[in-house]
Write a protein that binds this ligand. Structure first.
Ligand SMILES: [Zn+2]
Length: 57
């Protein structure tokens, strides 16, 4: 009956850093003005923060 809603909840998203697929509900989500990034965990999130900082220097 609610198959579509269920699959949306358990939709997998790729981690921005290691590209591992993770359930969206478990991902760390970083929302910016016009994009959304997903991370499998804090390690990848921190790595992205460092790279983002490096880019801006
Ligand atoms: Zn990752």
């Amino acid at each position: 009956m609610n198959e579509r809603e269920k699959s949306a909840e358990t939709e997998n998203v790729p981690c921005e850093i290691c590209l591992k697929e993770i359930p969206r509900s478990e991902a760390k989500i970083e929302e910016a003005a016009d994009y959304v990034l997903y991370f499998c965990g804090l390690d990848c999130y921190k790595q992205w923060l460092e790279e983002d900082k490096a880019k801006k220097q």
